[in-house]
Design a protein around this ligand. Structure first.
Ligand code: RP5
Length: 164
């Protein structure tokens, strides 16, 4: 089993529908990763352990998704020097605006790179992690260039209906 380079964590299994979009991309690019539930509020000791051992375990970054009072990414960032990429998960009552504000408004000195609310954010966090790894891995850089080219061609060939 390859040593994980990217950790994907989420506050609850109710976040999986969104966070699985990050895992899918990491799998598609063949990036060694791990994923699990780590909750800032329900499993605070696990959060501390996960963050404080992340660097020694070889993780290059952590993608963390949470909803509502989304303290997971910020608390991880407080406990590890490796980059934390935060994904605001849409919440039941405030549509993820609460998640976004909770994650993005970090105090100066402890950054969390914050992505869009929902599936686009999760996918982009994975692509960002891949882009960082690709700086030092030419095979991954080639895969990323091909992915972007395919996306470009898809957009160029998007059909539009005739005007009414
Ligand atoms: C957060 O609370 C989780 O990240 C999740 O988005 C939200 C709701 O969790 P559940 O009540 O669905 O487990 O900690």
């Amino acid at each position: 089993m390859m040593q994980p380079l990217v950790g994907v964590v989420m506050g609850s299994n109710s976040d999986w529908k969104v966070m699985s979009k990050a895992v899918e991309l990491l799998e598609q690019f063949g990036v060694a990763h791990e994923y699990r539930v780590v909750s800032a509020h329900r499993t605070p000791d696990l959060l501390f352990e996960y963050a404080s051992t992340a660097q020694d375990r070889g993780l290059q970054c952590i993608i963390a998704g949470a909803g509502g009072a989304a303290h997971l990414p910020g608390m991880l960032a407080a406990k590890t020097p490796i980059p934390v990429l935060g994904v605001p998960v849409p919440s039941r009552y405030l549509n993820g605006q609460d998640s976004l504000y909770s994650i993005v408004q970090m105090p100066k000195g402890i950054p969390v790179a914050t992505f869009a609310i929902g599936e686009a954010g999760a996918a982009n966090a994975a692509l960002f992690a891949i882009a960082q790894l690709a700086l030092h891995e030419s095979g991954l850089a080639k895969q990323l260039a091909e992915f972007r080219q395919a996306q470009c061609e898809f957009a160029l060939n998007m059909p539009l209906p005739p005007p009414a």
